[in-house]
Design a protein around this ligand. Sequence first.
Ligand code: OGA
Ligand code: MN
Length: 290
Amino acid sequence: MSKPDIQPLHTDFGGRVYGIELSGNMDDHSLNFVRQAIDDYSVLCFSDQDMSDEKQLAFTRLLGSPEAEHVRFGNTGIVNYFGTVGNIQDDGSKFDNISANTRYQSGNQLWHSDSSFRETPSFVSILHAYEVPGEGGQTEFASMRAGYARLSDEMRERIEPLHVVHDYVFSRSPIAPVNPNHAASLPPVMHPMVLTNPVNGLKNYYIGSHARSIPGWSGLDSRQLLDTLVEHATASEHILSLAFRPGDTVIWDNRCILHRGTRYDADRWRRRMRQTRVVGSDKGVIPKPL
Ligand code: OGA
Ligand code: MN
């Protein structure tokens, strides 16, 4: 393969990577290139990957500990490292628009950072596309690092000392009922509002649909600030919209990126993507609240 290279996908963030085949057997040079690119670009797209679940999990382990998918774990206690994004079941059959699964997945159409509701949130998510709709079903990304950089000095000072409560039951129960075992496995957690990338020192705010409130603030004031900051990061000119092609693998940095799915007609189209995630570490990836 040719030397690794990267071309920007947006002015603020995002890159298309060439010359790398993702697998569990990558050489150190390629792996370090990917690690560095995650810190620098936040969203990476690798096309024409010859992927399988086995390869994806082996690659995931090169970046850290795989994260147990929380719905299955919360409901049954069974650890499973893959999430299926889209409307195709393991046996190949398709869920349609009115299925409970489609309704549950529509929660991913709100701007969010994966697993921000966990005590230790996700570092990166890795999503590989096998089947994609002919229309709709893009995944959109926005940078909370670029959003932070566009804030006034006054606003940066105002948000610096804050913490934010993240709560899965808060964000998801309006979309679809949360099973009581699942809810009990995910009590609300608190994270700092502002995170610093440990490698390049760049800061971002850290919020999204799971962000419920700011301790010590009224509900109204909390909502106003949290909503304003999401809108600030996700104005249309700041969005990177990716229309996956089969064979694309996308990696994004949940520490500083918001993402959301967009609608597609599940009666008409098949969409099958497999997702793994890497657990954030305590080594400054997500600093603990004071
Ligand atoms: C995800 C996600 C939304 C989508 O993969 O974590 O939120 O439908 N995906 O692309
Ligand atoms: Mn997601």
